[in-house]
Design a protein around this ligand. Structure first.
Ligand code: PMP
Length: 406
């Protein structure tokens, strides 16, 4: 039995008020709140267990190193990665995808080679590929979503040509909530010899993820959306792709030996982790992942599916509101606009007065906004601790916004 009230009690911020109203936090797509166990782990680490990692032979350094390194195994369990050495730590998805762009694509792609993206991608999965377009003549090919916001895996596979060197696609859209069949895309792409990068930033928080089942080459996650600290993240890299990669950032920890004339790199995955990492952030991310796994990813997914279904029904009752992305196969993420002159920013300001936190704007998805013909939307994105009662509050606040602008 999913006890959402017990889960809510684990997140201290959820009991605060905003603008004199109980907080209704529906901005989880931007960043999730943190359970007490994560907050305690951060505090305990800095209070009693902190040191730099991988460097000292003293007690605290060994302790911090063990705690930090153990998170590799936690991420491996969370994503069902067979070998924890295929997990590279970083500061989040943005850094993870940049690592692939600089470390794998830059040395392996030539002018005229193609990268396929869906039109739903977040700027973190667009801009690094634009760098390659600008700097070495790589061609970006876009695959559209249909009118419901669904992405047909076959359309992605059909876009492959002999020049295609990578498909980079999100598993869940941070704007529409669309769930993409990345397993089908990977199977079709691999049949044509094309590697696949999956942006798991939004998916990994809402559903169980099994990278071995998906079969993809790269899978990026970001800790702050997974109920952990910002500045933490990880990317799974298939060993065959890792073997093709050049280091991206240079510095301490990623080398075994440095002389005046040369360098010998450290083994992977540390070869791709230069400098002092986000030690406490990574430890905190590990605790966030353990927290989710204790609740159970299947249970979280089922709870959020019921939130989604309830929100679909309630939002459908507002005939002056347009939900962007109506495919039934979606996560509990809703972008919408209102009839008339009300701008998304005005709506979110009114919702905020009612204690309801949503996001307004482009959501770092310029090409998708252009595809939708929108300059901005409001987005309500749900997490493991949200309730139907909060959806009712959202609806009441939207009705108020509509009354004010009608
Ligand atoms: N991809 C998607 C789908 C996202 O939603 C986000 C965060 N909004 C990112 C990538 C980037 O994640 P981060 O800012 O944590 O690097």
């Amino acid at each position: 039995m999913y006890d959402v009230n017990a889960i809510r009690r684990d997140f201290p911020i959820l009991s605060r008020e905003v603008n004199g109203k109980p907080l209704v936090y529906l901005d989880n797509g931007a960043s999730a709140q943190k359970p007490q166990v994560v907050i305690d782990a951060i505090s305990r680490s800095y209070s009693h267990e902190y040191s730099n990692v991988h460097r000292g032979l003293h007690y605290l350094s060994n302790l911090a190193t063990d705690q930090y390194e153990s998170v590799r195994g936690t991420v491996a369990r969370f994503l069902n990665v067979g070998n924890e050495d295929h997990v590279v730590f970083n500061s989040g998805t943005t850094e993870g995808i940049n690592l692939v762009a600089y470390g794998w694509a830059m040395p392996n792609l030539q002018a005229g080679d193609e990268i396929i993206l869906s039109v739903m991608e977040h700027h973190a999965n667009i801009v690094p590929w634009h760098f390659l377009r600008e700097r070495q003549g790589v061609v970006i090919k876009w695959v559209d979503v249909d009118a419901t916001g669904a992405l047909d895996p076959q359309a992605v596979i059909d876009a492959i040509t002999p020049k295609t060197k990578l498909i980079a696609v999100t598993q869940v859209s941070n704007v529409l909530g669309t769930v993409v069949d990345v397993k089908a895309i990977t199977a079709g792409a691999h049949a044509k010899g094309v590697p696949v990068l999956v942006d798991g930033s939004q998916a990994a928080v809402h559903m169980p993820v099994d990278v071995q089942d998906i079969g993809c080459d790269f899978y990026a996650i970001t800790g702050h959306k997974l109920y952990g600290p910002s500045g933490s993240g990880a990317i799974y890299i298939h060993p065959d792709r890792m073997a093709e990669m050049r280091p991206f950032l240079g510095g301490g920890d990623m080398i075994r030996e440095v002389t005046k004339d040369g360098i010998i790199y450290n083994d992977t995955p540390m070869r791709f982790e230069a400098g002092t990492p986000g030690i406490v952030q990574t430890i905190g991310m590990g605790v966030g992942l353990e927290y989710m796994m204790n609740v159970g990813m299947e249970n979280i997914a089922a709870h959020e599916a019921s939130l989604r279904d309830y929100a679909v029904t309630r939002l459908a009752g507002l005939n002056w509101l347009q939900v962007q992305g109506t495919t039934p196969d979606k996560a509990a993420i809703f972008s919408f606009t209102l009839d008339g002159a009300a701008h998304a920013h005005d709506i979110s300001t009114i919702l905020d007065k009612k204690g309801v936190a949503v996001r307004a704007g482009q959501h770092c998805c310029g090409p998708l906004m252009q595809h939708l013909g929108q300059t901005a939307t409001c987005r309500a994105s749900f997490g493991m601790y949200n309730t139907n009662a909060e959806i009712d509050t959202l609806i009441e606040a939207l009705e108020l916004a509509h009354d004010l602008f009608a």
